[in-house]
Write a protein that binds this ligand. Sequence first.
Ligand code: SF4
Length: 466
Amino acid sequence: MNENVEDGIIKNSRVCGEIYQPVPNKHFAVINPSKMCQPMGAVQVLLGIRGAMPLIHGSQGCSTYMRFQLCRHFREPVNVSSTSMSEGTVVYGGEGNLLKALETISKEYQPEIIGVTSSCLTETIGDDMALIIRKFRQKHPDMELPSIIPVSTPSYAGSHVEGYDKTIKSLIENLAYSSEPNGKVNIITGNVSPADVREVKDILELLGCESIILTDTSESLDAPHTDSVSFLPSEGTTVDEIRNTANSKATVPLCRHADSGAKFLEKRFNVKSISGFLPVGLQSTDSFISSICKLNECEVPVKLEKDRGRLIDAMVDAHPYNYGRKVAIYGDPDIVIALARFTAELGMIPVIVCTGTKSSRFLKDMKFVAEEGCFSPVVLEGCDLYDLHRQIKGNPVDLLIGNSYGARIAKEENIPLLRIGFPIYDRLGAQRMPMVGYKAGIHLVDILANIILERYYDESGHEIES
Ligand code: SF4
């Protein structure tokens, strides 16, 4: 018997770099999931494309859930259409509904592209969406039709992380074609905030690097207030840019769980794929900037060097407060890895890390980050917030980092929560919250240190008993 384990709770030992993976003690249910369904990731990709209409082939509840969740996180109007399946169409198949929906959307809204994502229901009855889309084209030979892309997103076999990845890949598979080299770099951002996409674009501009962003949500999901309302995204990546990704010199996926499209481009069109950790904090941002500099054959500009220096300065300033603080981090695998690496850079100890997505890559990357930062976390992979809560009870932490779903645990355990990731519905500003790049790193250091000061220090600046 492992003396380090007591009632399924791993008592953290201090073996540098070792990760501990407990087996959840329940197999019958998920309680408070730490993930969302596949079409949620798919819809977020599509909302970053100019003139795109997401169409969920399923019952109305699926699209209502997406809109509800996206609206309350981004605080923007979001349109997601539905094939509105009912009892009858489930029995006889959803072909008629999908054909009708494609016709109505094409005629009424004239989108540039329709992304058709399946749901649990239509995957279970086995609707062949690609075949139905072909039939639709044959039925309307004289109509000017948008690009129509099918994406298979059964939610019982994956999370929003896989939904995001599959949609990027499907867009590239269906649209990209080889022509003249364009000298650009494709960037697959992964499921980060519009503020992060903006920051990535700013960094690329400073480096003089022309790029194709897959996909650009910086305007559509964080739009300025204007007099007009646009039903479809009026900004974002264009369909032509997606076609042109086959002619770029490289693809840089910022999230390792969103790199299938990059691998496809490498295999099919010989476009090099350079994957790294999400550029959060010092080392990961250094690696990202160094990759772009190599590709673009350029030097790091003074402005970025100064931003880097300011981040180091902020880390030094905050060190007395952050050092040795135990944190639990949960959410999307790439965000959890990135934040674990960053908090370790700050001298904090990531004691528990949790993602709802099943991923061997998460385990591998966490092992690397733990060895590098010399910490030994309890790793919950494919687990839920019930598992996270149990581990927190056995391994108390000073701070919780993750989305709004963890607010109840924070309250019950009387520990502060830094809200970051998706979804955040009980605070404002999620769409404006950056974590990517040096400047965002400074912002995060200040937030973290101020949370610690607020909770663990008195008004005279003396540390209090927790
Ligand atoms: S889990 Fe399945 S049924 Fe539920 S909203 Fe997602 S796709 Fe629809």
